[in-house]
Design a protein around this ligand. Structure first.
Ligand code: ADP
Ligand code: MG
Length: 427
């Protein structure tokens, strides 16, 4: 008996000639069985998830084929071999996550691909611009529920990293939206991404127009395997000098527009566009376990989990009051037990530190509590500064622009220095 592994193939090829050629070539092989010829993607996914195959042959022009679909096929244990077509070149199919890409008519490579003998996409596309090579750093700003100041921290950290206010610069609302910008990584450039799928607020905090969520648009391009740095730059206009913004979804119900499979690529691309990408995350970390039986279900918290997984550093923000500190301690535990690996270092920030909510010697009280209950010795404190933050909120600006002397701003500038120490930017 042959030692060769049996391969069962599901074929979903749109163009009839390519389909016939693929099926004939595969059918002529020993140990290769064409288990199903699928007329459309939904049929292919159903067969794959029912365990009917070990490899899938798809064509680039198959309607609906996107990153999520390829991830589902791979998640069901299939090797995905894609046939190139003029509208969907190899680079794009590689961007969708296919294992192997072959030219139309090249049945020899197709068979080798199905058997696992062909070079995988990483090798095929070596030299082509691919995500993941960028030198930029990702900073995920996360914190438990209760508005401890995640968005404030993300915005002010982004502004401080970009040196906003270091030189006075005026903005206009129109410029903020339409200013064209170069698509190369610029030294010191910062990208601020709003990935909070529960209560996104970067758009209104910076007085931006909210008609076209930039992060969702970037995710859509990534889902189609078409997100290059130029496209990402188009979706992330300059909102402040040196700070691009990928705006968030305008309604919480639009969360399926931010699937993790696409955001994984978006965050990789961000590394190519900006020296630092600061991601404002939602508060909830659970994977939707009740829905796990249905691998088709998008994950409610996929955007946050994707950002945390991609991060080089996670800034964990908690509020400086008894409730906020207790949530922070539990939040740090939740982060440790998250359903995705979060290898990044944590930088714990306690925001709105004030005597009225924690008592005398507020700084020492907060440090003691975190050391005792969470074992965290290195805590970064941001003072309560209602005057400064309210002025910023009212004007739709950052502290550097409307309250440059604010004590909170000084703390966020110090936080940016700490971040630079922990993850030195390469560009
Ligand atoms: N250090 C601070 N001092 C005073 N007010 C603050 C401070 N940090 C945040 N705030 C205010 O607290 C509110 C909630 O902050 P926000 O950053 O939106 O929280 P989250 O994103 O965690 O929900 C906002 O109105 C903000 O202006
Ligand atoms: Mg927020």
């Amino acid at each position: 008996m042959s030692e060769e592994r049996v391969v069962t193939v599901l074929v979903a090829v749109h163009t009839p000639e390519d389909e016939a050629a693929a099926v004939t070539a595969l059918g002529a092989q020993s140990q290769v069985t064409v288990a199903r010829r699928c007329a459309e993607l939904t049929e292919l996914l159903a067969a794959a998830e029912a365990g009917a195959g070990t490899a899938a042959v798809v064509s680039g022009d198959l309607p609906g084929l996107d990153r999520d679909a390829v991830a589902r096929l791979r998640g069901a244990g299939l090797r995905v071999v894609a046939i190139e077509d003029p509208a969907t070149p190899a680079e794009r199919l590689a961007g969708l996550g296919c294992d192997v890409v072959v030219a139309s008519g090249d049945t020899e490579s197709l068979v080798a691909g199905v058997r696992g003998d062909a070079p995988e996409v990483a090798e095929l596309t070596a030299g082509l611009p691919g995500p993941g090579a960028g030198p930029g750093m990702i900073i995920a700003v996360w914190g438990p529920a209760g508005s401890p100041g995640r968005t404030t921290t993300a915005i002010e950290l982004a502004a401080a990293l970009a040196g906003v206010g270091a030189q006075a610069a005026r903005r206009s609302g129109l410029l903020r939206r339409h200013r064209p910008a170069p698509a190369a990584v610029a030294a010191g450039q910062v990208l601020l991404a709003d990935a909070d799928t529960y209560a996104s607020s970067v758009t209104s905090r910076l007085g931006l127009l909210d008609d076209a969520p930039g992060l969702a648009a970037a995710a859509r391009s990534a889902g189609q395997g078409a997100l290059d740095v130029r496209t990402l730059a188009r979706h992330s206009p300059m909102a402040l000098p040196g700070v691009r913004v990928l705006t968030g979804i305008t309604r919480a119900s639009r969360w399926p527009e931010l699937p993790a499979t696409s955001l994984d690529v978006v965050f990789q691309r961000c590394r190519e566009l900006a020296a630092w990408t600061v991601v404002d995350c939602g508060p909830v970390l659970e994977a939707d376990e009740l829905l796990m039986y249905d691998t088709r279900a998008p994950q409610r918290n996929g955007a946050t989990l994707s950002a945390l997984q991609a991060a080089d550093i996670v800034v964990v923000v908690g509020g400086a009051d008894p409730v906020g500190l207790q949530r922070l301690v539990r939040g740090l535990e939740d982060l440790r037990d998250a359903s995705v690996p979060v290898p990044a270092a944590r930088l714990v920030v306690v925001n709105r530190v004030r005597v009225s909510a924690v008592g005398r010697r507020a700084d020492a009280q907060v440090r003691d509590a975190l050391a005792r209950y969470a074992g965290v010795e290195d805590v970064y404190l941001v003072p309560d500064d209602p005057a400064g933050l309210d002025a910023a909120l009212l004007a739709g600006r950052v502290l550097a622009e409307c309250a440059p002397g604010s004590p909170a701003r000084a703390a966020f500038v110090g936080l940016a220095d700490r971040v630079r120490e922990l993850v030195p930017a390469v560009v």
